[in-house]
Each structure stands twice: as C-alpha cells, then as structure tokens.
Design a protein around this ligand. Sequence first.
Ligand code: UDP
Length: 492
Amino acid sequence: MAEADHQLKLVFLPFFSTSHIIPLVDIARIFAIFGVDVTIIATPANAAIFQKSIDRDSARGQPIRTHTLKFPFSEVDLPEGIETFNADTPRDMTYKIHRGLSLLKDQFEQLFQDYQADCIVTDMFFPWSVETAAKMNIPRLIYVGGSRFAHALGHAIEKYEPHAKVESDTDTFVIPGLPDEIRMTLLQVPDSLRTTNEFTYMMKAIKDSERKSFGSLFDSFSVLDGAYLEHYKKVMGTKSWGVGPVSAWANQGEDKAKRGRAKVEEEEGWLKWLNTKTEESVIYVSFGSMNRFPLSHLIEIAHGLESSGHNFLWVVPKKQKGDEGFEFLEEFEKRVKETNRGYVFKGWAPQLLILDHPAIGGVVTHCGWNTVMESVNAGLPMVTWPLFAEQFENEKLLVDVLKIGVAVGCKEWRNWDDLPEEAAVTREEIRKAVALLMGDGEEAKERRRKAKELSQEAKKAIEVGGSSYNSVKEIIEEIRSYKRGKVMDKEA
Ligand code: UDP
C-alpha cells in the first residue's frame, strides 16, 4: 500500500465557546464515521462538553479520541475551570481566556506534529493555523460558524457599503450583488461592519486565513442555501462545503438524548410535562449559550408567552450571583405550573431531544446558527429574535428567503454582553409573533408545511448520495490526493 493510502489522520481544534465546540466536534465525529482517524484537541472543561459522545463513538469502534491539555490558569490569573466562553463565564474574565488560548498556540502546533496530521480542521477563530498548515505542507480546513448566507451578506455589506448611503438608522437598504433581494437597516448591521473595532480586525484576519485555506466547512446543506454556496465560493475564491445538518448526522439514536450529558432521566420534569401536551402545541423558547437577559426583558417574555394562549417551554440559564431576574423567574415558574401553561427549564437543556418531541410545534430563537439548523432538521418554524453576531442576517434567511420564520421585531444589533437595560421587544410583540407562528391561519400552515419539507431535505442531505454525504466523501478524496501529490513529489 502506498503511503498516501494509509488511514488519513485529521486533527480538529475547536474554539473555546460551547456553540463553536458543538458543531465542530460533530463534524469530527462524522469524519470518524467515514473511517478517518480523528483527534480532537481541547482543555479539560471544554472536553467535558462532548467527551461522553467521543467515548460512545470510540466504544463503537470508531477511530476517534480527545487529546486534553491543561489550560494555563495561573499564567493568566484565572481560577481553575474558567476556560469556556458561555453565558456563565464572568464577563471580566473573558479577555483572560483569550490570553490563555494564545499561550497554548505552541502546544497546539506541537500536537499537530505529534499526531502526524494529514490535515488540520480548525475553528475560524484560529487564523494563525493556516500558516502552521503551510509550514507542515498539509491542508487546513476552516470551520466557519454561522450560515453561508450570513457571511455572503457580510461580504457584500463590507464591499459595497450600502448602509453608508441611508439617511436614518431605520431606513432599509438593499444589499447588492446577492442571489436574492435582501434588505436590512443600519441598526441591524453588526458593529464590526458599521464601525472599525477590534472585531473588525479579527474578522479581517479570519477572512484572510480563509482565503489561504484549503477550503471552508459549513453546517448547511445544498437545498437550504445552495445558491449562496456558489455565490460564496466565487466571492471567497476558495472551495467550500456544506456538511450538515451536523447535529442530526453525528447524534443519532441514544446520542441525541445524551449529547454532552451522561443520560436523560425518563422522569425528568420537562419530559413528563411535554408528554402531557398534544402534538405541536408547545413552543420552545431558547436564546442559546451566551444569553443572560436583564430583568426587564424577562418580564416582557414572561407576559408575552403567557398571553399568547399557547403552551411554552422556556430555557433560562442557571442562577448566578446577584442575578436579579432569578427571583422573578421563580415566581413566574410557580404561576405557570399552576395553570399548566408553561415549563421553565433552568440550566442546560437537552435541546436536540426537546426539538424532536412531538408536542413541540415551533421555536422562539435568537437565530444562533446551531439552533436554526437543529430546528430546520426537526421541521419546526421559528419566531426570530436576533441579538448579536450574524443573527440578524440569519433572520433574513428564515423570514424572507425560506419563509419559515416570523420576526418578533427586534430592531437593533447589540453585543451579547451589552444588552440594553430597557427591553428591546415588548410583550405585545412577543404575544403576536407566537400567536402568528402557532396559530391556524393559512400563512402559519404554509410555514409549517415548508419547515417540514426542509426537514425532509435535511435528512436526504446526510443519507448515502445526499449533498452533505457527497461533500464529506469529496473532502476525504481531496485530502487523500493532496497527500498522494506530496508522496509523489518526495519520490520524484
Ligand atoms: N444548547 C443546548 N441546550 C441549551 C442551550 C443551548 O443544547 O440549554 C445548544 C443548542 O442545541 C445549540 C447550541 O447550544 O447546539 C447553541 O448554539 P447557537 O448557535 O444556537 O447559539 P449561541 O450559543 O452561539 O448563541
């Protein structure tokens, strides 16, 4: 057997935030299903987010493992265990995590060497890794968080600056050069595009590294945003593949219930509660891993959900020190328990399992891309409530292009750690959007029909011969031929 035909070795490096770890680890697990030897690098607290899944894959005989390395807590003056970006990360400590990450760079590079990687697959937030791959003469694949659609919009805004020509913050402008006519307002544009800040430079470095990479990976599939895949490839000048929905692909059967957890107890309250509800009668409400709303927002959400007349399951983060909203939530929880109208889930919810429950009929989401993909896969229409990152762009895809979303009416992009004290959306807006989504009107029925159709397409994409399945096969073949080219060069 020629050297290039030996089992391919891929090393994955996810970024240290929960919602970047989840999809990239799922992608790693998909490659292992295809027989590729996979190593994932993480620090212990980050590995804990997914290790149970890796243990199960490995017990099934898949060639996959995690390599953990210690986070440099003392060097950056952080308490042990604070090494992940999420809603529970103390805000003043986030920059120290960034510093710790940069201190680990040499160790990451050494591990790529030690594991004799044929290719590294690294998160977009590690732009330096494209140079490392070049030095090692191996391909680097970049995992880009978010949708191709959103990134295509971002590129077009950056290039044509249509937002610079509007007279007011709330005037709409058309984003030129896209497959569809998409309109936005200045207030909805991420601040790194509106102004020049630290993140602008970071995004520039990411994009430069993407252009030099072997190709990009997205959690998407061709029927969802295929027109934007072609557009994206042209704009970036690189190869790009959609390999999703990754959560559905990597987490089948028991993995769905157990993603990131040891087990889901049959007797868990939320499950018992959902089991009492009729089909498609409950709306699932979650704002992802980075959200902690001020009290004023919680009050509006609570009243909006209660007055919508529909059942709801609302996920809120665990209590934190000085958390003024928590008392209110405890009271609210008592009240809705009595009426049996809602369920307040505190902490980390088994989202994949909940979305698949027959009682769930819709989702209220901040348009985080993982949740969008998971809801699409489950065939659920969405109330869209974008907050930060590229979530306003994702809202356009759901509401204007795919027509499976109802916009709640959030008007202004604000960073996850800079939400306004005043609630940005009123209870009446929430009530109306939920009622529209969950109601019996013709538009609601059509939205549900489209969401179910997309779910079927999502399932086809990951079956043998489906678009995402073929993408993974093609990527493996391309890495193999890259390796073959190297071997031939050596032999010549
Ligand atoms: N998630 C979960 N349980 C929770 C909250 C979030 O399993 O209680 C998962 C969710 O399924 C998704 C990810 O965390 O995979 C959140 O990612 P998303 O892109 O939706 O939002 P972000 O966290 O980036 O804002």
